[in-house]
Design a protein around this ligand. Structure first.
Ligand SMILES: Nc1ncnc2c1ncn2[C@@H]1O[C@H](COP(=O)(O)OP(=O)(O)O)[C@@H](O)[C@H]1O
Ligand SMILES: [Mg+2]
Length: 154
């Protein structure tokens, strides 16, 4: 009989004991859903050890709030929600992802701050990087990465 039983396979190939800290939540494409996205982000970041009264949590949750508000307004499709994703990357950066069902409409940063256009200007200022990628078959994900280690930040 071969020495490879299911038991020995289990012992020799254990599953990784840890997974990357991540959070995902489907939310309704409403003002309430967008507000909930920010509140959930505060709770999740606090659970990951970010001080609640720190600049980092303020910056990160402001980015969440603006991307969620955009998903619930410009990215809204009747009967569909949007999805918030948060992940702590190695090195401590926070990756924020907001997925909505309207891949044919893309974020545009307005040059003039005259009429609206405030949200993405804030995202651009607070994020190290941000962008958009398709979410097949017809959605998109707007993502932003926020630094964990800005000098002087908490
Ligand atoms: N998730 C999105 N889906 C479609 N269009 C978007 C999305 N986010 C932003 N946009 C487009 O980019 C523009 C700028 O967004 P933003 O700076 O947040 O300003 P505002 O939301 O006040 O219009 C929006 O007016 C909209 O046309
Ligand atoms: Mg906006």
């Amino acid at each position: 009989m071969s020495g490879v039983t299911s038991e020995s396979v289990e012992i020799e190939n254990p599953q990784p004991a840890t997974t990357a800290p991540q959070f995902t939540q489907l939310l309704s494409a409403t003002r309430r859903g967008a507000r909930l996205a920010r509140l959930l982000a505060v709770e999740q970041l606090a659970a990951w050890g970010w001080p609640r009264d720190g600049e980092r949590i303020d910056a990160a949750t402001l980015v969440v709030a603006e991307l969620a508000a955009n998903a619930a307004t410009h990215g809204r499709l009747d009967g569909r929600g949007f999805r918030l994703g948060l992940a702590l990357l190695p090195g401590g950066r926070l990756r924020i992802e907001v997925t909505d069902p309207r891949g044919e409409r893309l974020p545009t940063v307005s040059g003039e701050a005259v009429e609206g256009g405030r949200g993405l200007v804030i995202v651009d200022a607070l994020a190290e990087e941000w962008g958009v990628h398709p979410y097949p078959p017809f959605g998109k994900t707007v993502w932003a990465e926020v630094s964990a280690t800005r000098p002087g930040s908490r």
